[in-house]
Design a protein around this ligand. Structure first.
Ligand code: NCD
Length: 311
């Protein structure tokens, strides 16, 4: 399968073709097998990844570090930029050019919408977007899709319910745009009115053939969905914490809520959760968030590093 990722930045799901997604899925299967059988290998020996994280991260940061290490590469791990020249006022443009001199690839998380695109423009090496504000989180979307494909033969025909902070949640923005590209047609978007999906995502999804049903009521979607994708209300995006407190636990998924869902649906969450999924359902076999979904993040990121750094 043709590798269109070689030496290219990966900033948005919008740049992906269906073939590109297939290429990542295939490489991800290879990585899953590699980790299972040997833990890793040294195909990226002497390559270095700089992880520049301007915003908090547990999973994304650690899984990228682990991915690079499992493929034999080196890392410049900056989880927080407070000990770098950023504090002295260095611009993003300069920072990424500086790290380009030490690293073969930059993985960046930054609170500014559009920052990944800026970084990709100025860096001399490829940049992977690990989250730019409330805009996109494209690597998350790829492993969410990979997880779905492990349960359903295709994304076509799936009915997907997204619940929570759809306005600020970058994971659901990337995932919606990617799923519609892969043939998913029915989207239920459940949120309080003020946290509705941004209109540009609505337009992108409906223009691409998606049918979107927006509601505040989670009960009405329960028997219909194949995938329940739950998100936390994004506290850090609120200017008014009072408003956050009012909205934060609008939806709580409990065992009771699951009673009217399909037997073969799956429950996903990008994590961290802060109360919106009750721990009592963690042992439900349909709950994939703390197990395979997160684990798949490692394999997908290994796949991307390999595809971008090796021909
Ligand atoms: C997500 C993020 O940072 O957007 N976390 C993650 O990378 N898995 C989701 C979130 O923080 O709510």
């Amino acid at each position: 399968m043709k590798n269109n990722f070689y030496q290219k930045s990966f900033v948005t799901v919008e740049s992906l073709t269906v073939d590109d997604v297939e290429c990542v899925m295939e490489k991800t299967d290879e990585m899953e097998k590699l980790v299972r059988e040997k833990g890793g290998d040294d195909r990226l020996q002497y390559k270095v990844m700089a992880a520049l994280f301007y915003e908090p991260s547990s999973r994304t940061f650690s899984s990228f570090v682990s991915s690079m290490q499992r493929l034999g590469g080196g890392i410049i791990p900056l989880n927080g930029m407070s000990h770098t020249s950023v504090i002295k006022g260095e611009t993003l443009e300069d920072t990424v050019r500086v790290f380009s001199c030490f690293a073969d690839i930059i993985v960046m998380r930054n609170p500014e919408v559009g920052s990944a695109e800026v970084a990709a423009k100025y860096a001399y090496v490829p940049v992977i977007n690990a989250g730019d504000g409330k805009n996109e989180h494209p690597t998350q979307a790829l492993y969410d899709v990979y997880t779905m494909l492990k349960h359903f033969s295709s994304c076509e025909g799936l009915t997907v319910g997204m619940i929570g902070d759809l306005f600020n949640g970058r994971t659901v923005h990337s995932l919606s745009k990617l799923l519609v590209k892969l043939g998913t047609r029915i989207f239920y978007w459940v949120s309080p009115k003020v946290l509705k999906m941004p209109r540009e995502i609505y337009t992108a999804v409906t223009n691409a053939g998606g049918e979107v049903i927006e509601t505040e009521n989670v009960d009405e979607i329960l028997p219909k969905i194949d995938v329940m994708y739950v998100t936390r209300v994004q506290k850090e995006r609120f200017a008014n914490l009072h408003e956050y407190e009012k909205l934060k636990l609008n939806y709580i998924i409990t065992a009771d809520v699951l009673k009217s869902t399909k037997k073969d649906m799956i429950i996903m969450h990008p994590l961290p959760r802060v109360g919106e999924i009750s721990p009592e359902i963690d042992t439900d076999p349909r709950a994939v968030y703390l197990r395979e979904q997160m684990r798949n993040g490692l394999y997908v990121r290994m796949a991307l590093l390999d595809l971008i750094l090796r021909k």
